[in-house]
Write a protein that binds this ligand. Structure first.
Ligand code: URA
Length: 236
């Protein structure tokens, strides 16, 4: 157990003095209840919110980002902007990194964390975490493509892909692709192999984590306690 003002100040977002002021103004809630005394003690894992926004006070930070076009999924790069550049200083100094990469021109759900064990488990091939992508293609996907995905493709360069889901949408120039692995440019390569090159790609979900529709491109938020719990449960 730790004092509330100490827990919140340890996130680096506010000084102890600022936390006391937030508490005094009734802007801090723990387990859904407004707390008026900064010296009250709680667990770092308790659901703490400031102005209704969940604040991660645990040892690790988990962030959901709607990755925009044009940024690298990396922690730093000498010449180009990375997704870390979208975060304020207090998060950049927490050692966050993206869990798996999206191509520079791919949009959508990116998880950033400093929890190396969770990241490792999510990315391990045997974890089989479903990743769902919305792809816009040049052409229309058909039942032959759906069956080829379901059987598992072997690409021209010999890359063997596990069976994957392919669901045509509307006029079939858009489709949902569900992968359980994450090889380099995999969605683009699989659809290109079927003669339907991808013109736009967006990740919608990773396991139980769904892209928050209220996040515009480039926006992010800390995961809720429920989302962290769902990820941890998935990983055992
Ligand atoms: N598959 C791709 O081709 N690109 C991505 O960014 C993610 C999956």
């Amino acid at each position: 157990m730790e004092r509330l003002d100490k827990l919140l100040a340890a996130t680096g977002r506010w000084s102890r003095k600022e936390v006391k002021e937030l508490v005094r103004q009734g802007r801090v809630q723990v387990r859904g209840r407004v707390v008026m005394r900064p010296e009250e003690k709680y667990e770092p894992a308790d659901p703490i919110a400031v102005d209704g926004q969940t604040v991660s006070c645990g040892a690790f930070t988990y962030i959901m980002m709607n990755k925009p076009d044009g940024l690298l999924s990396a922690t730093e790069d000498r010449n180009q902007k990375t997704v870390l550049d979208l975060l304020p200083e207090q998060y950049r100094k927490q050692g966050l990194f993206p869990v798996g990469r999206l191509d520079k021109d791919t949009l959508g759900l990116l998880l950033l964390t400093n929890d190396g064990e969770l990241a490792h488990r999510m990315l391990a091939p045997k974890s089989h975490v479903d990743k769902v992508y919305l792809a816009h293609v040049d052409g229309k996907v058909d039942q032959r493509d759906v069956q080829a995905f379901a059987r598992g493709l072997t690409l021209d360069d010999g890359l063997e892909c596990m069976p994957a889901g392919l669901e045509p949408l509307e006029d079939a120039s858009r489709c949902l692709v569900t992968l359980r692995e994450g090889k380099f440019h995999q969605v683009k390569r699989m659809l290109a192999f079927c003669g339907k090159p991808v013109v736009r790609l967006e990740r919608l979900s990773m396991g139980p984590l769904k892209l928050d529709p209220s996040l515009g491109p480039g926006q992010w938020r800390v995961l809720t306690q429920e989302e962290v719990r769902a990820l941890s449960a998935l990983m055992g």
